[in-house]
Design a protein around this ligand. Sequence first.
Ligand code: ADP
Ligand code: MG
Length: 618
Amino acid sequence: MNDIIKLLPDNIANQIAAGEVIQRPASVVKELLENAIDAGSTAISVNIKDAGKTLIQVVDDGVGMSPSDAVLCFKRHATSKVRTAEDLFALTTKGFRGEALASIAAISHVEMKTRTATNDVGQILRIEGSEIKQQEDVVCPVGTSFEVKNLFFNVPARRNFLKKESTEFKHIQDEFDRIALAHPDLHLTLTHNGAEIHNLHPAVLRKRIVNLFGGNSNDRLVPIDETTEIVSLKGFVLKPEHARKTRGEQFLFVNNRFFKSSFFNHAVTKAFEGLLKPKSFPGYFLYMEVDPQKIDVNVHPTKTEIKFEEDKFIYSILLSSIRQALGKYNIAPTLEFEQETSFEIPHAMKSQPAVEPTINVDTEFNPFKTTSNPISSGSGYGKTKDNLTKGIASQGFGLNKASASDWEGFYSIEEKPDNTEENYPPIDMDDTMENISTFIVKGSYIITPSKSGLMMIHARRAIEQIVYTEIHNSFIINPIKSQKLLFPIEKEVSTNEIALWNENASILKQLGYQGVIEGKLLKVDSVPAVIQEESISSSLDEIFQGIGFKEIEKGDIAHTLVLAIAKSAAMKKMNLNTNESIQALINQLFQCENHTYSPRKKKIIETITLDDIQHKFN
Ligand code: ADP
Ligand code: MG
């Protein structure tokens, strides 16, 4: 039989490639803008006619191209950005595939003028459907300008499927917005049919957002700023009351590249849980910096999908830093929300003046800190155990930030409208702060009188909540203090558990767990300092059980892991046999933002009111 395979001519190959890269006029705008940025431009102007059907013009002041590069740039796989295979794994430029210009030139009429600083004259090139029609010297400024006309002239199907002008222009504007947000330091203009849509001068990010989205955006923004080894996260979220009915203002960037991710969007949405009106979407402008080696940009031709090696870790950072930021700006209490996520203030506290309370808590004490405090300095087990007990009993439970400023914030909440008043347990802080008598029933329930009756505290849940709050609030920024085991704990694990351990290794490490897998054995040699020897194995069971659930794959790994640690830490035999030790526990509990419900949503505090008591004697 005769050979029938033939190589496609370049122009057809380019047209096929164009089908993937260039879907609509907005794709051309995106590719040309990205090239201009990669060329080191400081000012770029975009001029559009008829939503790009008639003209797309992009003019930059970047490095320009030499006469021979000016021809070469339209060839497929012609790029100045990638030389070796390794380059592909550490991309710092927007482009790298060398396809965009070849694709655009295959399906439109392109005129390009370009000049480098070392050339006195520039080059003009005219190309129609991959065919060079003109190339000659031209007088032009340093930089590059592209005019793209008659887009899809030779692909009628594409041209016919273009949407109405307003829709196509909206797509162009979206691409422009993404670039403008990723590069607030650039001067960018956008005109459409002669009308100036945007003229954005270099600005700080906050100002750029306001310039793009209008007038009062400024007081709608809550800053986010978190730096960890794996990712640094900056940017803003919109206050919950400004959430939209559409997903309009949702922007994620990694290394200044816009991308879409339903996984990370889930994390942000979860952080807003309970704060949004039904069917509204949170707004966000979030910028991540990660090691370019730890992401893969090359999974989709338009590069808006990106694979992250550490996606679960980043998910947790997004979730906890946004939650924290929303809390810090006292946003939570202005809205109705679930009790579990609220800042609950005991009833009586609300009528008190804003003074720093005289709680007898060692504010320096923090069992999770890396300094030489009694708990974290434990190098072996027995020592740690004794000191942990001592820590709870006499010093408080390790809220490391009980400073005056925290309390100011705490009190300032009282000025906000309060919708959940009915649910506050009528606890009088005066009573709990002072050395009034407390006692513990069956080693489990703390009973203490309060002005309005009797308060009962579930001791184990209280400890669980205290440990949970402490770790969850801090582990992202400061790795949890771990203790090295003299003898590694060995645990037989399934293939599934091996995979879970490996997948979550970095977040586990941040929480204090380290270990190696050998065959079917997991050898754990470091665990969080708050966990005692006898609880290590069960803490691992808790962890595997928690993260093994299918829905957790999308959900909040950090919550699940911290929950497991808090539960295991609360398992220990509590040494609550002195009045002071019980008092310390109560004080620590009341420093938690939420002290009425445990992280498992179980009730921690119950009160019997005087009425209740009187009623019993009727
Ligand atoms: P890629 O951006 O993936 O490298 P393109 O087809 O978009 O591929 O561009 C091909 C090459 O043309 C680029 O690598 C760059 O060297 C050059 N180029 C494109 N646009 C510009 C520009 N505006 N200024 C300077 N050089 C450019
Ligand atoms: Mg490019």
